[in-house]
Design a protein around this ligand. Structure first.
Ligand SMILES: *Cc1c(COP(=O)(O)O)cnc(C)c1O
Length: 410
C-alpha cells in the first residue's frame, strides 16, 4: 500500500506542484470539491481588482471602448478554446450553462426540421433534462425527447433523430464517454451532437475539433475556477456559424447594435450567440482564472489526475475493504477527474468529513463524491483525506443526529 512518505516523495517531484501557491486555500482543509466550485486564484483577485479600480472605477462608461469590454466574451472564449481543442473564433463565454444549452437546442432543432426526436441520457443532469424538454415543447413542431439509458442511445439512432445531447463526464459517477466515437455514430445517422462539458473542461483533455463535434458547452465555475455563477462557455464548430440561429436574440448579438435597428440581423461568428450586456466583473474573474493554464499543460494535469484518483481508490480499498462500492470506472479511458463512492449513509459521511476539514459533496441518493483537481491538490492531501475517512467510518460519527437534516445545497 502507498504510504504517506511515498506521497511526500510524489509531491516533491511533481512538476506542477508549485501552482498550488496560486490558489487561496484554507490551510487545515482538504478541498475535494473543485468539481462543484473551484477556489479563487491570486490572478482572479488581481484581474477583478483591475476592472473595479481601473477599467470601471476610473474609466466608467469609457470602459466599453477603452478596455475592450464588448470583445470580452469572444476574447476570453479564445483563451479557453485550447482547453477543449477548439480553434480561435469558435468559443464564446456568456450566460450560464443552462441558458447556453437552450440556445443550442433551439437552434439545432431548426437545422433538422425534417426530424422529430432528441436523444439524451436519463441520468443526465436535471437542468439539462428540464431545458431540453422545454425547448423541444417550443420548437414549433412536435418533438419527442427520449431520455434513455446511455447504453441504449446507439441503438435508437435513426433518420428521425435531430439531435443527441450528452454530458461527457457523468456528474454522479464520474464516467467519461467516448467523445469521438459517439459523435461519429451520431453523424452517421445524420443527427447533430451537443456535448455538455461541465465536468470535462479543465479536468480532462478534450478535442472537439478531432471529434468533429457540432456544439458543446460547459461551466466556468467548476474545474475552470471562474467563481460562483461564473459565465459558461459555448462552442459552435466554424462550419455551423452563420447557419445556426440564436433562438434568444438580443441587441448585443446584432451586427450593428448601436444602429438601434428594429429588425434583427445577427453579427458574424460567435458574437451572434451573445444576447445581453456581458458581465464584465464575472468575465474578468474567469479571465484571471485562465492564467494558471499558461503554466500547466492539460497532459500534465491529466496524468496527475489519474494518479490522484488511482491513489484514492487504492487507499479506500486497502483501508476500508468492502465498505464502499466504487462507482467510478477503473478504466482510465472511462474516468473523469472525480471518484464516486456509494454508501447508504453518504450524506452523513460527507457532513462528518466536512467537520473534519475534508470537503467533498453528496449526490442523491447515496453517492459521496470527491473531485480531484491537480492544479492545487497534493498526493499527501489524498492520503490524509482517506485517513480521516477511515476515522469517520470507524467512529461512526456520520450517524450523528445533526447530520440527519439536509442542507439546501448538498
Ligand atoms: C453544473 C452543471 C449544470 C448547471 O449549470 P448552470 O451554469 O448552473 O446552468 C448543468 N449541467 C451539468 C451537466 C452540470 O454539471
Amino acid at each position: 500500500m502507498t504510504a504517506r512518505v511515498d506521497c511526500v516523495a510524489l509531491d516533491a517531484k511533481d512538476a506542477i506542484a508549485p501552482l498550488r501557491d496560486e490558489f487561496m486555500l484554507n490551510e487545515h482543509e482538504i478541498y475535494l470539491d473543485g468539481n462543484s466550485l473551484g477556489p479563487v486564484s491570486r490572478a482572479v483577485a488581481a484581474r477583478v481588482n483591475e476592472v473595479i479600480n481601473d477599467e470601471w472605477g476610473r474609466g466608467l462608461v469609457r470602459g466599453w471602448n477603452e478596455s475592450g469590454w464588448m470583445e470580452m466574451p469572444t476574447r476570453v472564449g479564445d483563451r479557453l478554446a485550447p482547453l477543449i481543442g477548439a480553434q480561435p473564433g469558435e468559443v464564446l463565454v456568456a450566460d450560464t450553462l443552462t441558458f447556453l444549452l437552450a440556445k443550442i437546442i433551439g437552434g439545432a432543432l431548426d437545422l433538422r426540421k425534417d426530424r422529430s426526436v432528441v436523444l439524451t441520457d436519463v441520468a443526465n443532469f436535471h437542468s439539462d433534462l428540464y431545458i431540453v424538454r422545454a425547448m423541444a415543447a417550443r420548437a414549433g413542431r412536435p418533438i419527442t425527447v427520449k431520455a434513455i439509458e446511455r447504453s441504449a442511445i446507439e441503438s435508437e439512432l435513426n433518420d428521425d433523430v435531430a439531435l443527441v445531447m450528452l454530458t461527457h463526464v457523468d456528474f454522479r459517477s464520474g464516467e467519461m464517454l467516448d467523445l469521438k466515437g459517439i459523435t461519429t455514430k451520431v453523424h452517421d445517422a445524420g443527427a447533430l451532437m451537443l456535448w455538455d462539458l461541465a465536468h470535462s473542461a479543465g479536468a480532462v483533455p478534450l478535442d472537439v475539433t478531432g471529434a468533429n463535434a457540432d456544439f458543446a458547452a460547459g461551466c466556468g465555475y467548476k474545474y475552470l475556477n471562474g467563481g460562483p455563477g461564473s459565465p459558461a462557455f459555448l462552442y459552435v464548430r466554424k462550419s455551423w456559424q452563420g447557419l445556426l440561429e440564436n433562438p434568444l436574440p438580443g441587441w448585443l448579438g446584432h451586427a450593428r447594435p448601436f444602429d438601434f435597428e428594429l429588425d434583427y440581423e445577427p453579427a458574424e461568428g460567435m458574437q451572434a450567440f451573445v444576447t445581453s450586456s456581458p458581465s464584465i466583473v464575472a468575465l474578468a474573474a474567469l479571465d484571471g482564472a485562465l492564467d494558471v493554464w499558461d503554466r500547466a499543460s492539460m497532459d500534465q494535469v491529466r496524468a496527475k489526475s489519474l494518479q490522484l484518483t488511482d491513489l484514492f481508490i487504492e487507499l479506500v480499498e486497502a483501508r476500508l475493504p468492502g465498505v464502499f462500492e466504487i462507482v467510478t470506472p477503473r478504466d482510465h479511458a472511462k474516468r473523469g477527474s472525480q471518484v464516486a463512492l456509494r454508501h447508504p449513509d453518504s450524506y452523513g459521511i460527507i457532513q462528518a468529513l466536512l467537520q473534519r476539514g475534508v470537503i467533498g459533496d453528496f449526490r442523491d441518493p447515496d453517492i459521496a463524491r470527491f473531485g480531484f483537481t491537480p492544479l492545487y491538490l497534493r498526493f499527501v492531501d489524498v492520503f490524509d483525506a482517506v485517513e480521516i475517512l477511515v476515522d469517520v467510518m470507524k467512529g461512526e460519527s456520520y450517524r450523528d443526529a445533526e447530520f440527519a437534516v439536509r442542507n439546501a445545497v448538498t
